[in-house]
Design a protein around this ligand. Structure first.
Ligand code: SF4
Length: 365
């Protein structure tokens, strides 16, 4: 087991942190609402993307009360393009819990924060240490990489045992003063210096203590088994217009994949199912419509955590029935200009944007 007896990164790290003064829109704030929002947005999303969303989101929802009072549709619309929409739904569930059960005040300890929807061990520790100065360590992907290199950890960090070990290391290295600044300093170091490929060890304040540097193993750390390939899935969508040329769209059920977002009506094909059959089945089940399917109009792909979705949209006509919201949360007929007011997932938005450019094929191929 790695001994940590001579590791003491806090002094050098805090000095580096104070000198660098990284400018981020939430940096320096002790407001738990702002810190929480930044941490949720930063999960699985690049910093440069988050910065623009963060400002807009705060403008629209300046307080936890404003976020709790907003319709979910508005929250999703503000989140559109950030991906991982469970975060947006949990954000609002969490806002409801804070307003209704905590009188609008964030709990001040990591233990209590972890009981809130969508707030895991890492996020709770980040809020508690940065906003409330609680002495508690954080461990996200950046911190894991720094600590695995600092201690030259040879275990696979995707394994729970190694992660528990890293939590212990993180706790043991935490200084008694300025825990929030120290946590932010480790995260900054992982983001700016101790990056996944080609860590900039020459500029690193921890070089003299770093065991991977001393052992020439920085490029072998952290040990990580390769991610499983995403499962390919075919999805289909129907482009149906009414006599006013409005397009039929449907809202996904709140609890499912991309829940609460709008889409052209459709869904996933079963294995071996023809796309036309899938569309007819889905429209029958979800909207009680019988349709005929003609030309493909647009296609797009979207990667989710475990899935690679290829979405194809087809021009369709209603043969029988009027829409009823059976397997969807709601439906609407909207003009192409109104489509912008609704929140769509990435592939759905691409397909919807392509509709205005589409030219029908006059002859069969
Ligand atoms: S010396 Fe290199 S590998 Fe070690 S913590 Fe610093 S940047 Fe990372």
């Amino acid at each position: 087991m790695t001994t940590l007896i001579e590791l003491n990164p806090a002094g050098a790290l805090l000095q580096w942190f104070d000198h660098l003064q990284v400018q981020l829109p939430w940096r320096g704030s002790r407001d738990p609402y702002r810190i929480w929002l930044s941490e949720i947005m930063l999960q699985q999303t690049r910093l440069a993307v988050v910065e623009s969303y963060y400002a807009r989101f705060l403008e629209r929802f300046p307080t936890i009360e404003a976020l709790a009072a907003a319709p979910l549709d508005d929250v999703l619309k503000c989140w559109e393009g950030l991906g991982y929409y469970t975060r947006a739904r949990n954000l609002q569930r969490c806002a409801h819990a804070i307003v209704n059960e905590h009188h609008g005040q964030f709990p001040t300890t990591a233990e209590a924060l972890q009981n809130l929807p969508g707030v895991g061990r890492y996020t709770a520790a980040a809020i508690a240490s940065i906003a409330f100065n609680q002495r508690i360590a954080v461990l996200d992907g950046n911190v894991m990489r720094v600590l695995a290199r600092l201690t030259d950890l040879a275990e696979d960090i995707t394994e729970p045992r190694a992660q528990e070990r890293l939590w212990q290391i993180a706790e043991s290295l935490l200084p008694t003063t300025r825990p929030g600044d120290y946590n932010q300093a480790v995260m900054d170091l992982g983001r700016l210096i101790c990056v996944p490929r080609r860590p900039n060890c020459e500029a690193c304040p921890l070089q003299q203590q770093c065991r991977a540097f001393a052992h020439h193993t920085t490029h072998q750390r952290p040990v990580k088994k390769p991610k499983a390939e995403r499962k390919p899935m075919n999805a289909v969508a129907a482009v149906i217009r009414d006599e006013q040329n409005r397009v039929l769209i449907a809202q996904r059920p709140t609890d499912g994949l991309l829940g609460g977002l709008w889409a052209l009506p459709g869904g996933f094909c079963e294995p071996e199912e023809a796309m036309e059959d899938a569309l007819q089945r889905l429209l029958r089940t979800n909207l009680k419509l019988e349709i005929s399917v003609s030309q493909q109009m647009a296609a797009a792909t979207q990667d989710l955590t475990h899935l690679r979705i290829t979405l194809r949209a087809f021009a369709c006509q209603i043969i029988a029935g009027t829409p009823e919201a059976r397997g969807v949360a709601a439906f609407a007929w909207v003009s192409e200009t109104e489509l912008d007011q609704y929140s769509f997932g990435k592939a759905d938005r691409e397909v919807v944007n392509a509709l205005s450019q589409w030219q029908p094929r006059l002859f069969a191929e």
